[in-house]
Design a binder for this molecule. Structure first.
Ligand code: GDP
Length: 444
């Protein structure tokens, strides 16, 4: 996500890092580099210009603080300006006072609209809501099937109207009846998936407008493919002029996006970005926080999102249970296996590493083997429960059997067992140090 832009911005900031103070000369040079980086990332010209002008003004007007370096000071200024450009405060979904809350989702075909509807349903289910999906994308039977398949995976029902097995081509009726259905079945959220076209087209706009007029949604969200750069911004603008939506969803932010759409939309359209979609999997949806995104763009990581992802997987009891196992040195290969599974549910390794401060940009070109866990899991799965609980009984014969069973070499099994032993030793050392009340330095 935004690796190219991040690298260039960090590079530009480095040019003042070695300097004793921020002055007109080094700021002017740095601003030129920053403007170039933004334009390269396909940021709207006006937005880039305004951005650098604001940063420059803040930087030269700033008192020189002795406690921070000019690089740090400029990074802070850039962070604040990026946060502003991305929309300032986080804005979520407005819930209706009387349920159901109705959310209308619009966008071009292929923008990731249907996938987003299912992700949003999953997001709300996790928060304890009961969403209903409305299949108002009625012109392509495949679209209704796709919504049903995705909805199944997130355990949400779909409302569609069929007559003799044929889909009834009346998007407004589907949306309207879905709202009644939700009222009758105690569903508190309705998410309406509408039809998109390849390009902006009058009939599509009219239909979204008709649905909007008829069901009066609490929120109309516009989904846009961030990989399409300035095209995304133009489409967002046209849609907004016609249907006056409430918020933007940036989809495919995981892909090879240069960042232009994300950084330009708020200023050009003046509507908040509410969600970012970051992958094809249904858990790849993040509420959009401008300050966290600014941190990621500047390579400062996003520890808050990382912790939130972890919290989805670990409740307090689970965390305590784990801690107790480590304390009593009972952490075995079965626990290790369970933890690997949880970590994988948090996201791809690359995505998670990108949230760690200072790591994001440095791994952009790294080819991370996302399958590495699969081999380890296969090896542990080929062990008996007793072997998982007591790895010390793993003699040569057992190791050969496990290697055969998991499709690996004996040396892979050996490596896993010795790494596990090393990890346990490390846990023991840390345990001793913390119980003695010493600070543990985990920075090296
Ligand atoms: P729709 O035509 O707007 O309903 O778009 P779909 O939801 O069918 O998505 C179009 C394609 O984009 C599908 O292949 C999705 O799997 C893919 N897609 C959707 N959202 C994302 C995303 O956030 N990241 C990536 N990489 N792919 C996505």
């Amino acid at each position: 996500m935004f690796e190219g832009l991040s690298q260039k911005l960090e590079g530009a900031l480095q040019s003042v890092t070695g300097q004793g103070r921020i002055d007109e000369v080094n700021v002017a040079e740095t601003m030129r580099e920053i403007r170039r980086a933004l334009l390269n990332a396909d940021v709207n010209y006006q937005v880039a210009k305004e951005f650098t002008a604001n940063v420059k003004e803040a930087a030269t007007g700033e008192d020189v603080l002795t406690s921070v370096t000019p690089g740090e000071q400029l990074t802070k200024i850039m962070h604040d300006e990026l946060t502003r450009v991305l929309g300032g405060e986080h804005e979520g979904i407005e819930m209706a006072e009387t349920p159901p809350t109705v959310i209308l989702v619009a966008g071009l075909q292929g923008s990731g609209k249907t996938t987003f509807c299912a992700k949003l349903a999953r997001h709300f289910r996790k928060e304890g809501h009961a969403p209903l999906l409305a299949a108002s994308d009625v012109y392509r039977p495949a679209a209704v099937d796709q919504l049903k398949t995705l909805a199944d995976q997130v355990n949400a029902p779909v409302y569609s109207i069929e007559d003799d097995g044929e889909i009834v081509e009346d998007a407004v009726r589907v949306a309207n009846e879905a709202v009644t259905e939700a009222q009758n079945t105690a569903r508190d959220i309705v998410i309406i998936d509408t039809a998109g076209r390849m390009h902006i087209d009058e009939a599509m706009m009219q239909e979204v407008e008709d649905i909007k007029t008829t069901v009066a949604p609490n929120e109309t969200l516009f989904v846009v493919d961030s990989m399409t750069g300035q095209d995304a911004v133009n489409t967002a603008k046209e849609f907004n002029e016609r249907i006056d939506y409430d918020g933007v969803v940036l989809s495919k932010l995981d892909g090879d996006t240069r960042g232009g759409a994300a950084l330009s939309i708020r200023t050009v359209v003046n509507k908040p970005i509410k969600f970012a979609s970051t992958g094809e999997k249904l858990d790849a949806l993040t509420p959009f926080y401008p300050d966290r995104m600014a941190q990621r763009i500047l390579g400062m990581g996003d520890v808050v999102s990382f912790v939130e992802r972890a919290q989805e997987q670990y409740d307090e009891q689970e965390a305590e249970r784990l801690q107790e196992k480590i304390r009593s040195e009972e952490f075995d290969l079965q626990d290790f296996y369970d933890q690997l599974q949880r970590i994988q549910k948090m996201g791809s390794i690359k995505e998670l590493m990108g949230m760690i401060p200072g790591v994001g940009n440095k791994i952009s070109d790294l080819d991370i083997d996302e399958e590495a866990f699969t081999h380890i899991e296969a090896i542990i799965q080929s062990m008996t429960p007793e072997e998982r609980a007591h790895p010390d009984i793993l003699n040569g014969t057992r190791r050969r059997r496990i290697a055969r069973g998991s499709g690996n070499e004996v040396r892979d099994v050996n490596q896993l067992v010795s790494q596990f032993e090393e990890m346990k030793d490390m846990m023991k050392t840390m345990q001793k140090m913390t119980s003695k009340g010493q600070d543990v330095d985990i920075s090296s």
